[in-house]
Structures are given as C-alpha cells and as structure tokens.
Design a protein around this ligand. Structure first.
Ligand code: PFF
Length: 496
C-alpha cells in the first residue's frame, strides 16, 4: 500500500483484538503473578484496580483520543502540536524500537522451549540447561563476540514472521493474525487453568491469591508496584493505542473500546495467575520446595521453574508443556506486531515509505540489533536494556506525554473527541487525573526505578546505560533533522 493510502480497520472487532493482543504479552503471563505475590496477595487487587482506572484506562483514553483525532503518527502529532516537540516523539519511538529488539529475543527463547517441550529436552537440571546449554551465558560483556547459533536462528524466525505480518495490509496482517491467535490463546489458557486446578496441591497456590495481607496497603511501594504493572501490562506510553486508534473509522466508539480492552487484559492476567499459582502449588506439594522460593518472575519462572514442574508432571507435561510455551509465544508475537507497527508507521509517515518498505527497513535493523542479544553476553545485556528502558526511559516518555497532552495541547479537544465518539461520557475528573494525579504517580514510579536501577547495577552496566542515554538523545535529533520525503509532513494538522 502506498504511504498516502491511509489504513483503516475493517471492523471494530479487528481493532479490539489487535489492541488486546498488544496488551496481553509476556508481562501478563510471567510478571503479574510475581508482582501479585510479592505485594500482599489478595489485597494487591485494591491498588491494582485503582491503578487500572486512574492510570491505565485514563491514559489509554488519552492515546485513543489523540490517535483518533489526528489520524497520523506520533512524530507528526507532536510536530503539529509544536514543531519543537518532534524529537520527543522520536525518543518514544526509539524506546519502543529498542524494547522490541530484546522482546523479540525473549520470544525467540520461548520458541526454543516450545520445541524442547515435546521431548522435555531441558533434562533433569533446567537451571543449568537454560544458562549454560541454551544461552551459553556469561555475566559480563566478555561473550559479546560469541554468537549462540540456535538463539540467533530463533530470533531470526521471530523477526521474519513479524516482518511477514507487518508488510501486509493492516487487516490482512495484524487484523487476521490477531483474530486467529487471540481466541486460540484464550482456549489454551482456559484449558491450562482448568487442568491446573485438578492437580494435587493446587489449593496451596491459588489460596495465595485470595489470602489478603491488608497491612501491605499502607506500603507506598505496593502502590507503586500496582502502577508499574498497569504501565507494563497495558503497554502505556508506547503509543501503540495511539497508532492503532489512528486507523479507526469515524463511527467507532472510543471509550467503550478502551474499557473492553483494559478489562480483557486485566481479566486475562488475573485468570492466568490462578493457573500459574495452582501449578506452583502442585510443585510445592510434590517436591517440598517452599512456595515462596518458586514464585520468581520473568525468564526464571518460564524457563527454569516451569520445566522443573513439567519434569514432575509426567505424562501430562507432554501436553501442558507445549501448550504453556505456545501460550507465551502467541501472547509475545501479538505484542511484537504492535510494537513494530508503531515504529514502522512513524518511519513511513515521515519518509514516505510504503508499508512494505518501512517494515523491511525496521525489521532488518531490528534483527541486527537483536543479534547482540543472541551472543553469550546476550542475557546480561538484555537485563541492562530492560532495566534501563522500562524503569527509566519508558516512564519518562509517559511523563512527557502527560505534560504534552495535558498541558501544552488543548485538553478540552480530547474530552470533546471522546464524548462525540462514545456511548459513555467522560467524567469531569478525567482532566484532573491526567494533568495532576498521573504525572505525580508516574514521577514517583520513575524516581523509584532510577534509584533501584542505579543502586543495583555494576560499573559496566552504568556505562552501557550512559551509552544508551546518548543514543536516546542523539538519534531522535537526527530523525527530526532529516527532511521528510513528503512536504505535507510539515503542514501541521489542526487538532483543534
Ligand atoms: N503489554 C505487553 C506485555 O505485557 O508483555 C507488551 C509490552 C509491554 C512489551 C512493555 C514490552 C514492554 F516493555
């Protein structure tokens, strides 16, 4: 499709499924259970629900309204609001791009485990297998020139699939894949949860979710953890919702859609957590390992704890194992497609590239950067990139977006857009949330993230973070200065 032919979703359901697909990802499957457990169990649902409304839904609505009103990419929107804001948009796009490069790598690891799960190829010691046999991991930069071939191959396959979808027409690519993968994902999760509840010891696990620790509610860190989970899980500030909403037809119902997406995403992660906890309960029951030692997050949970569980679950693990890794794969791929769309759309709008050309350029450069995560130093670097980009850069982007849309842009326009295109009318409290409450919460989260990142890293990681900071300043300036192919880019869109 030529760049001047604007893509439009062929139905509301395509948009909703693509949005849910973008939100439901690795964060829902392996981040949420640990955050829930470490922050008071059942009582965590209170800060979680408050954050969902105050932060999650409120901010998603901003992105929907802006994307729908301007119907263009983030960089052109910022340029239209004030020309000098364009580098901030490229900063956000670059953060999204860099996150995609390592997110693809984790999805690649999952692809390897999906293959292994049919034969329980991780053996009797999944911990050693993951770090030594799969990753060939070194805990410093020393392994940066040692490529790990199977990781590189799986990363390549994920990028190739992402490219194949991204270069297609919006509805033929993202729309169709979301319509297939999301229902399949839901069926798999229902099956896993139902099965896990029948396991001996399941109640040891799921009781943790329903046992509240009320004193946790007075702990500020618990509230910050809830905000952090909502930012991650709903992919806030990445301009995914903004980009997808820019493809909506005029007749769409914005607020209604936002509520469906936010509730589906949270419903998914809470429901999925019941399964994860029940399976960990089974592990405690059969192995005697205390429950609190099993609840880890991220790669530790998926690639170490779960393979250990599957070793104890024979012969059922032959079915549950592949389903579990397929679930992570599908959730990850739909998120990768969304991350890629943000970057690809921004490039095509500024440089007049076709959908195919911009997807190709972004995927080739993306694959080259991802290759550094397919080296022996890959998991070490990935940890640093993740800590820096998520705790620091992304939250900084959300903060800037709150200030730009809440204070610099005429916020009343967004209220008007939502009210004209929704069954539900906006509460007068919404502008207060976006202008005051949200920036304060995000600032708190950001300060905590910066503090913990600086405190925990070694000197090499601080050097890498410094280099990343320089890249995040220089590259957006270069992209801003590069002339747009299409002169029309410099005609500000009247968002008033
Ligand atoms: N919301 C998705 C997830 O929970 O995995 C997508 C995502 C969020 C990707 C944040 C990357 C990220 F840093």
């Amino acid at each position: 499709m030529a760049s001047n032919e604007k893509s439009v979703w062929d139905s509301n359901i395509s948009f909703i499924l693509a949005m849910i697909g973008s939100a439901v990802g690795l964060g829902n499957i392996w981040r949420f259970p640990n955050v829930l457990y470490s922050n008071g169990g059942g009582s965590f649902m209170i800060p979680y629900i408050v954050s969902l409304f105050i932060l999650g839904i409120s901010f998603v609505l901003v992105e929907y309204a802006v994307g729908f009103r301007f119907k263009t990419s983030l960089s052109k929107i910022f340029f239209s609001i004030k020309a000098r804001l364009e580098p901030i948009a490229w900063f956000i796009v670059l953060v999204v791009f860099l996150i995609t490069t390592y997110y693809v790598c984790v999805v690649g690891w999952d692809l390897i485990y999906l293959g292994l799960s049919f034969v329980q190829g991780w053996g009797a010691n999944p911990d050693v297998f993951f770090t030594v046999d799969v990753l060939h991991a070194s805990d410093s930069l020393s392994g940066i020139f040692t490529i790990v071939p199977w990781v590189l191959l799986s990363v390549f396959l994920i990028w190739a699939f992402a490219w194949f979808i991204a270069q297609k027409d919006l509805n033929e690519g993202i729309g169709k894949v979301s319509k297939i993968l999301l229902p399949v994902l839901l069926i798999i999760v229902i099956f896993i949860v139902a099965f896990s509840l029948t396991l001996p010891g399941a109640s040891i696990g799921y009781k943790q979710i329903f046992t509240p620790n009320w004193s946790a509610l007075t702990d500020l860190n618990v509230w910050l953890a809830a905000f952090g989970q909502i930012v991650f899980s709903l992919s806030l500030g990445m301009s995914i919702a903004l980009t997808y909403a820019s493809y909506l037809p005029e007749t769409s119902k914005l607020t209604d859609n936002a509520l469906i997406v936010a509730f589906s995403n949270s419903g998914f992660e809470v429901f999925n957590a019941i399964g994860i906890f029940s399976i960990l309960g089974f592990m405690t029951f059969t192995s005697g390992i205390p429950f609190n030692e099993l609840v880890t997050e991220g790669t530790g949970l998926a690639f170490v704890v779960f393979p250990n569980v599957f070793n104890l679950m024979q012969p059922w693990s032959m079915i549950i194992g592949p389903l579990f890794f397929a679930c992570i794969l599908f959730a990850g791929i739909t998120s990768v497609m969304a991350l890629l769309e943000v970057v690809s759309f921004a490039i095509s709008e500024k440089f007049g590239f076709s959908r195919r050309k911009s997807a190709t350029v972004v995927c080739i450069v993306g694959f080259c950067i991802s290759s550094i995560f397919a080296t022996s130093a890959g998991s070490y670097l990935l940890g640093i990139f993740d800590a820096f980009l998520n705790n620091f850069a992304l939250l900084f982007g959300v903060l800037l977006e709150c200030i730009i849309f809440g204070w610099i842009y005429n916020f009343d326009n967004l209220v008007e857009t939502l009210n004209n295109h929704s069954t539900i009318q906006m509460d007068p409290f919404w502008p207060i949330i976006i202008k005051y409450i949200l920036p304060i919460c995000i600032f708190g989260l950001w300060a905590q993230g910066v503090y913990s990142t600086l405190l925990t890293g070694d000197s090499t990681s601080h050097m890498i973070m410094l280099c990343l900071s320089i890249v995040l300043i220089v590259v957006p300036i270069i992209f801003t200065l590069l002339p747009a192919k299409n002169e029309d880019y410099y005609n500000p869109i009247d968002g008033d």
